[in-house]
Design a binder for this molecule. Sequence first.
Ligand code: PLP
Length: 338
Amino acid sequence: MARSEITIDLGALRRNVKHLVEVAGSSEVWAVVKANAYGHGAADCGDTALGAGAKALCVATVAEGLALRRELPDPRIIVLGRSSNREVAQARDARLELVVSDDIPAEIPVHLKLDTGMGRWGMSELITPDHNVVGLMTHFATADDDLDFVRTQLERFLAATEPHRHLTRHVANSAALLRLPEARLDAVRCGIAIYGLSPFQRDPADDGLEPVLSWQSELALVKQVQPGESAGYGRRFVATEPTWIGIVPVGYADGFRRDLTGTTVLVADEPCHVIGTVSMDAFAVQLPGRLPQGTHVTLVGPGVPLEVHARHAGTINYELATGIETGSGRARRTLFYS
Ligand SMILES: *Cc1c(COP(=O)(O)O)cnc(C)c1O
């Protein structure tokens, strides 16, 4: 096998999107596939999401939009992030739609972004929409925990956009779709949830979601360390008794971060701790006993979800998922439909 294998279950993605379409009711679901679909593969995930009822795809940059357009000639593709003047011309040729926080470019569909409290992109006062403005939007700062502030942002948005309610108004991300029905408006922009990951860093099953990505490897080497011997840089693990350890050929350059030392992976379905320091190309696990070289290791999957790894690393599943390396050929990526 390759050093590691990432498996993308497009059947799970399809079920997640269908579920979200149902939750969204009369508002459209737009699938957010920025950052290579949060590390899951933008073209495959985008295509599957559209087949499951999503009405448009959202990316972060014009470059992402152009790459996606080469694979998918038909769907609406909305660029959520800023674009330079040169990119506007490319976006026009590729039939992308742009989100704009200041000057409105001509002859391309545009969504105006209002800053209602995120304190990042977006105009503070809504300008009068030109005829090429198709949508009005804002983005929530706290949809995963502080719903009171979300309601404040929503009220500001609704008040400012009331005169233009004939335009498509969209504000909700995954968390707002799942927790605040009044934020659904005309369309919702769902990212994390379509990948079966929890915007609340909880068990995704609580919200009817199934993880799409799993990550497998194997024990490349098995050995016994004696008391006083260590594993990895910095000697952060030192054996106090004869201990069987396994070396897994995955490290932080693959996206298995250095701060995942101490988390749990499954070795032949048994939970085992990652010990020592995760290095660039390998990490060590403590084994219950001697196991054969080549024994299956699950880094991410049932029993070892990204939410638990993220808590361990002091971050969120978004950051871990987008950090899993898929571009350099270190990991093999396979798709299937369950
Ligand atoms: C990334 C993004 C989303 C999707 O957020 P999730 O929490 O992943 O659902 C929605 N809207 C905007 C503007 C974004 O940048």
